[in-house]
Design a protein around this ligand. Structure first.
Ligand code: NAD
Length: 243
């Protein structure tokens, strides 16, 4: 997603609890840009920052750090999140609280902090929350009720904030990916080799998505090409949820 934004001319601040990985990705994005645009006169500024998105103080400190590095924030993509597969009757409550804190509180804390910054500048902006198709359907066979309901909350948070902040020119949309091959799903598939076959059998396009499949959708929603789109949920799932 970051690569899509930089290809479209944006500077970028990558935020993650794993700062080393954020730094590695920032370097990779700049190297890819330079490789693809050898004659470019301006190389995008891509920085890496630490935050625990579930912690209000950490989020505030991070936002200040990003503003110090870039001067301002115009757009936001919230993507930090994780899933776990426990049956609901056996889900440890501390794990469930942590899952909600990262997926839901993290989205809320970042969005409200960036909205305050935009409103303070009287500037418009666009936000994209990464939800999941799990916020609209129930995945099978793996049990993940807290994740599914957290992602439903993310989707409705986008719709609610879209309405609340429309007067300020701040658009808020949700992208709900289907099964994408990332570190998160790779770990689940490594533990359950049979699962990939089951998942793919339910995807009309017949394969899992790649992170690159989100470049276009996120760039569209952050750009003026979508200036009359707010409160929407864009499913990027190979057709999974329409069957
Ligand atoms: N992979 C999929 O199939 C899929 C499908 C639908 C939705 N999603 C959603 O997409 C988003 C990204 O998932 P992914 O597959 O890239 O997972 P991932 O595990 O590869 O990446 C998640 C990132 O979030 C970071 N993170 C976790 N907790 C954090 C915290 N408290 N503060 C800051 N950063 C934190 C991790 O360090 C990691 O870099 C998640 O919200 C996930 O729920 C993924």
């Amino acid at each position: 997603m970051g690569q899509g934004m930089v290809m479209s001319g944006a500077d970028l601040a990558i935020v993650d609890m794993n700062k080393e990985e954020a730094e590695r990705q920032a370097k990779l994005i700049v190297e890819t840009f330079k490789r693809d645009h050898p004659d470019a006169t301006k190389v995008p500024k891509v920085t890496a920052h630490y935050a625990d998105v579930s912690d209000p103080e950490s989020v505030e400190a991070c936002i200040n750090e990003v503003i110090a590095a870039h001067g301002r924030i115009d757009n936001l993509v919230t993507s930090a999140g994780f899933t776990e597969n426990f049956e609901a009757t056996a889900y440890p409550i501390d794990r469930m609280r942590k899952l909600w804190a990262v997926n839901v509180d993290g989205t809320y804390l970042f969005a409200t902090a960036v909205a305050r910054h935009l409103m303070g500048r009287k500037a418009p902006g666009s936000m994209v929350f990464i939800g999941s198709m799990s916020g609209a359907i129930v995945n099978v066979p793996q049990p993940q009720a807290p994740y599914n309901s957290a992602k439903a909350a993310v989707r409705h948070l986008a719709a609610s904030l879209a309405v609340e902040w429309a007067h300020a020119g701040i658009r808020v949309n949700c992208i709900s990916p289907g099964y994408m091959l990332t570190a998160l799903t790779q770990k689940i598939l490594d533990d359950n080799p049979d699962l990939k076959r089951q998942w793919i059998s339910l995807i009309p396009q017949g394969h899992m998505g790649k992170p690159e499949d989100l470049m276009g959708p996120v760039t569209f929603l952050l750009s003026d090409a979508s200036s009359y789109v707010t409160g929407a949920d864009l499913r990027v799932d190979g057709g999974y949820t329409v069957t």
